[in-house]
Design a protein around this ligand. Structure first.
Ligand SMILES: Nc1nc2c(ncn2[C@@H]2O[C@H](COP(=O)(O)OP(=O)(O)OP(=O)(O)O)[C@@H](O)[C@H]2O)c(=O)[nH]1
Ligand SMILES: [Mg+2]
Ligand SMILES: [Zn+2]
Length: 335
């Protein structure tokens, strides 16, 4: 006897994916290739799906004589429309969806080894603002700071994000500093840890969820610590909520974004541009542009403006290179 269960994709390995169907168990699932080709979509961690199961499964009325240790198998029949997604760009291919249906993005970087780059953070924030998600900036490895003066310098360097209203948290997976606050933020939400490779995303999650044992960079100190996590995984938190650990990313997928819309996703520039007397101003070299004036007068951080220009130029060259590549990914259920 077959039945259909609802679940969430927690892991994808080749053609098989793992689907958590709550009390009914964890299923290893195939998906109907034709269905996915027709809808032009790839499954992502966090997707909400309907799973067709052929046999009676634990929890169903006729399950009493089932072996509970047997692997549960099913077929994914339907994928719900995504309410959000984070993507990473791939050379001459369409963006890859890192995870779907998240509410809260933890942008994880480290204060040292490797040192955070504000250009990276700004780019992630564009992706986050575009998807209308909540963002928290996590700075890990603060055990590597020398002293309080060093910390003061760090705060000064990052004040721009505080002024923009982004929540920031300074933590150390090594010393445990700040982990209680981080844990409280994760409770009862669907979140993702994203950031460059080697910043300690998996190490932090291992600390936050005892017993997890995600692979981390310190297996062998031969420089192989790079890109330790190779695919996204959705983890269920004992305290309630879910969090996705993702592979380190170098950049963020914002393809399909029109260059002229970019300023909307920079909180600071968005505010200033409403005073710009030019409609459709690029804020690049137009004399009398309110954004350029704000930079001159120190009201807008030069670094933020430079980030904006870099991403703007990227979007312009992407558009010029290939109109096809700038097509956004079809959303499940949207066709
Ligand atoms: N000093 C110090 N080192 C840390 C801390 N957190 C993580 N590390 C080290 O940083 C290295 C990378 O950690 P990972 O957790 O694998 O980093 P990741 O961000 O998951 O990396 P990818 O999976 O490649 O994206 C490991 O050697 C960790 O031991 C910390 O708070 N302080
Ligand atoms: Mg990792
Ligand atoms: Zn302007």
């Amino acid at each position: 006897m077959s039945e259909t269960l609802n679940g969430v994709v927690t892991r994808i390995a080749g053609l098989a994916s793992t689907v958590d169907c709550g009390e009914r168990g964890i299923f290893t699932c195939d998906f109907r290739g034709r269905l996915f080709r027709k809808q032009n979509l790839r499954l992502a961690v966090g997707d909400r799906v309907s799973v067709l199961v052929e046999d009676a499964v634990p929890g169903s009325p006729d399950s009493e004589d089932q072996d509970p240790t047997r692997e549960l198998r099913g077929v994914i029949e339907k994928v719900e429309k995504r309410r959000s997604s984070l993507r990473r760009p791939r050379e001459s291919k369409r963006d890859q969806v890192l995870c779907a249906n998240i509410d809260h993005v933890f942008v994880v970087t480290s204060v040292f080894d490797p040192v955070y780059k504000k250009g990276f953070i700004d780019r992630v924030l564009v992706a986050v603002e575009r998807e209308r998600l909540q963002a928290t900036l996590i700075f890990n490895k603060i055990d590597l700071l020398q002293d309080d003066d060093h910390f003061a310098l760090l705060l000064e360097d990052l004040a721009v994000y505080r002024d923009l209203g982004y929540e920031m948290l300074f933590v150390s997976a090594d010393s445990g500093y700040g982990l209680k606050d981080l844990q409280a933020l994760l409770k009862d939400t669907v979140s993702v840890f994203t950031g460059p490779s080697g910043v300690g995303k998996s190490t932090l999650l291992n600390k936050l969820c005892p017993g997890l044992q995600l692979r981390t960079g310190d297996v062998g100190k031969s420089g192989k610590g790079r890109h330790v996590t190779t695919s996204a995984i959705l983890l269920k938190l004992a305290q309630g909520g879910f969090v996705v650990d993702t592979p380190g990313v170098r950049a963020f997928g914002i393809s399909g974004l029109k260059p002229e819309d970019l300023a909307t996703f920079f909180r600071d520039i968005r505010e200033i541009q409403s005073n710009c007397r030019f409609r459709n101003c690029r804020h690049c070299e137009e004399p009398g542009c309110a954004v350029l004036e704000a930079v001159d007068e120190g009201e807008l951080s030069l670094e933020r403006y430079e980030s904006y220009m870099r991403i703007y130029d990227d979007l312009v060259s992407e558009k010029a290179r290939s109109p096809r590549k700038s097509r956004t990914l079809g959303r499940p259920g949207s066709s």
